[in-house]
Design a protein around this ligand. Structure first.
Ligand SMILES: C[S@@+](CC[C@H](N)C(=O)[O-])C[C@H]1O[C@@H](n2cnc3c(N)ncnc32)[C@H](O)[C@@H]1O
Length: 358
């Protein structure tokens, strides 16, 4: 192909707009490493506590080096992640920036997302190799910040929606759990969802399962700290082999699409469900066609899927449903596993919430 031919077709205005987008993305990618550092070192929390601050004051409060903090603050102000008062030479957080970056109790807190970006970026050399040779990376082989990031990123959404919206959207399950039921949380990771449910339903008992041992150890500590360990157990188990039951509710939070054998996991869920029980399957928001994923959510989830979710399933020779699995693909797995009903019970901008019944 002649390069002149292609160049002739370039619209200069469109090229400049596109390059502007690319530079924005360069900045975003590099800055996200600095947001991670700010989360780790408590720079946002210190800024939130201090109010308007100079770099030297912020460094003093956090026991960090002023020269680095000064550079970090310039980047953060240019990113729109902190405010800058040029007259005073001071930096601060707006209420919105504080909620999103410094307040772990806020539903808007997104600090955990930067642990995910950092951990997934570390996976790049192996993912590049997997593009060439196939296979992938097992969940447990990732940078441990992935496990911390998932918990910190998903917990605000679970705290906001799980008990208030998602469980009430299921058929009769909220009533069962209020009265005292038994719940399995499959692929529970650090157990954020399990602990939140246990706190909300004091008459019920909860069993969290995950095949990643270090996550289960973390979850046990979290249950102790939350004071619910008497009614909550965490065990290492593959999803297709979870013990016990019958369960009134079997949950899969953001994990079915990752699995090497999602059909086996769904089959086991159908086997251990009590009469009248439900499976709650929470999956990332995604469209049913490629074009429905061409937006900022689809951009984010398809990237995470390439670097982590699809890769875990492929490492196990699985079907690689991926984070942007269509509703139809999920339905096929669930109905094929022996469930009779599969419906979207509710949703948020980031999650699809499905109920399956036998
Ligand atoms: C994205 S994380 C979600 C963790 C947790 N549900 C949450 O929402 O915070 C996916 C989890 O699924 C677990 N997982 C993947 N395949 C599994 C399998 N076959 N059996 C049990 N757990 C599995 C991983 O170890 C990981 O903890």
């Amino acid at each position: 192909m002649s390069s002149t031919g292609a160049a002739d077709q370039i619209n200069q205005e469109k090229l400049e707009a596109f390059l502007g987008k690319v530079v924005t993305d360069f900045g975003a990618a590099l800055s996200s490493s600095l947001v991670y550092i700010g989360q780790k070192l408590g720079l946002y929390k210190a800024l939130a506590e201090a109010g308007a601050t100079t770099p030297a004051e912020l460094a003093g409060r956090t026991g960090t080096q002023e020269r680095y903090v000064r550079e970090w603050l310039i980047n953060q102000a240019a990113s729109g992640y902190v405010e800058y008062d040029a007259a005073e030479g001071k930096f601060s957080l707006s209420p919105e920036q504080r909620a999103a970056l410094a307040d772990e109790e806020s539903p808007a807190f997104v600090g955990g997302g930067f642990y995910l970006v950092k951990a997934m970026t570390n996976a790049v050399p192996r993912i590049e190799e997997s593009f060439r040779k196939g296979g992938g990376i097992l969940w447990g082989e990732h940078d441990p910040d992935l496990f911390v990031g998932v918990e910190r990123f998903f917990r605000p959404g679970y705290r906001t929606h799980l008990v208030n919206d998602w469980i009430p959207a299921l058929t009769g399950i909220a009533e069962k759990l209020k009265a005292g039921g038994l719940v399995a949380d499959v692929g529970c990771g650090h157990g954020a969802s399990t602990v939140i449910m246990a706190q909300a339903y004091p008459a019920s008992r909860f069993r969290g399962f995950d095949n990643h041992g270090p996550s289960i150890e973390h979850a046990r500590r979290a249950a102790e700290e939350a004071g619910v360990a008497g009614r909550v157990t965490f065990e290492v188990s593959a999803a297709g082999e979870i013990p016990g039951g019958p369960y009134d509710l079997v949950c899969f939070f953001d994990c079915l699409h990752d699995m090497g054998d999602p059909a086996g996991a769904a089959r086991r869920a159908a086997e251990v469900l009590a009469e009248g029980g439900s499976a709650l399957i929470v999956e990332p928001m995604a469209g049913d066609t490629v074009e429905e994923n061409i937006n900022i959510i689809g951009r984010t989830f398809s990237a995470a899927s390439t670097l982590c979710c699809t890769s875990n399933s492929l490492a196990l020779g699985g079907p690689a449903l991926g984070a942007v699995a269509t509703e139809e693909a999920l339905r096929e797995v669930v109905i094929g596993a022996g469930f009779k009903e599969f419906r979207r019970a509710t949703q948020t901008p980031f999650n699809r919430v499905f109920e399956a019944r036998r």
